[in-house]
Design a protein around this ligand. Structure first.
Ligand SMILES: Cc1ncc(COP(=O)(O)O)c(C=O)c1O
Length: 313
């Protein structure tokens, strides 16, 4: 609906990401936006660069497309830019990344590193798909910066969502890209889905008017639940360690153990955990675990208690 494209464009422009409605394609959540964006540019066998670890939904899309996925190590400052510069020489078709409130690490690239990344993207003309799903889930302060404004719009496709701010069940997301790219993706989208539910779109227009309030509430909830999560971990798994996050919906935890085995044990106790290899193109990060921080404290305490009990027997 034009009215929703307008509302999303205004919402992003308000965050310092100048956007025209014609640069927006509304999708059924950002998973569809990611799928369309990648499908629009990556064909089977194409070299595609990702962060390692990366969002597993993005990795699954790339595997489905038959891409040659190359994972680049991340540092506390985000994507390792030296590795990216070397990989760029092999002329990748695309880069899929998250520079702000990364899933699963919860980290945000410092401004200088993001600017350097933008420079590399420009120098090597790397078509970049930036997943901006969680950029506004900061623990403090305004939404985090993204690559928008730093990269030539012809080289950048960004995806976003209302799932994190409002509700994942709403299924409203978007692609933000140049007008010509949006026209190309609209044609691709028609094949699998003629339109996003009009009722949901109208609802989204109304919700976006309350974005500021929703962000304040989310931030409060996130901080409260994060403290409760950290407390629950310290109680049940005092050996686990993690880096403080800048925001987002999960903690990237080093269990210093075999997280796959732990997840198997937890599963038998009725608890579903997300072990590190699911977030890696190479099944790496075997000791890592992504733990959601949005659960009610009691539920999380119970889940970790069950896991710890099962693991120690
Ligand atoms: C980084 C990232 N991208 C995409 C998605 C998909 O979200 P949705 O399809 O609900 O917008 C998620 C959801 O967890 C995510 O964390």
């Amino acid at each position: 609906l034009p009215v929703l494209r307008q509302a999303i464009a205004e919402h992003l422009s308000g965050d310092g990401i100048p956007t025209q409605p014609q640069e927006i394609l509304v999708t059924a959540g950002s998973q569809q936006a990611t799928f369309l964006s990648l499908r629009g540019v990556v064909a089977a066998g194409d070299l595609t660069l990702v962060e390692d670890p990366s969002y597993r939904g993005g990795l699954e899309v790339l595997r489905t497309l038959g891409a040659r996925i190359e994972g680049l190590r991340t540092t506390p400052k985000g994507l390792d830019l030296e590795l990216l510069a070397r990989a760029a020489a092999r002329r990748p078709t695309a880069l899929y990344c998250q520079t702000s409130i990364h899933n699963p690490t919860g980290q945000t690239m410092p401004a200088r590193a993001r600017a350097e990344l933008a420079g590399l993207i420009a120098d090597h003309a790397i078509l970049t798909i930036e997943d901006c799903c969680s950029y506004d889930l900061t623990l403090q302060g305004p939404p985090a910066a993204t690559l928008a404004g730093l990269v030539d719009p012809e080289l950048l496709i960004s995806v976003g969502t209302l799932s994190k701010l409002f509700w994942g069940g709403l299924r409203i997301g978007w692609v933000r890209a140049s007008r010509s790219r949006i026209r190309q993706l609209l044609e691709l989208r028609k094949v699998e889905d003629l339109a996003t539910s009009v009722v949901d779109q109208l609802h989204a227009v109304r919700l976006l008017k309350r974005a500021d309030r929703a962000r304040r509430q989310r931030r409060e909830m996130l901080n409260t639940h994060l403290s409760a999560t950290e407390e629950a971990i310290r109680t049940h798994f005092p050996d686990w360690t993690w880096q403080a996050i800048k925001g987002g919906s999960g903690l990237w935890i080093d269990t210093h153990d075999d997280a796959l085995a732990l997840a198997e044990t937890a599963k038998r106790a009725g608890v579903k955990l997300a072990p590190g290899p699911a977030f890696s193109p190479y099944d790496g990060h075997r000791s890592m675990l992504r733990l959601p921080v949005w659960h009610e404290a009691e539920l999380l305490q119970r889940a970790l208690h069950l896991t710890a009990t099962a693991f120690r027997h």
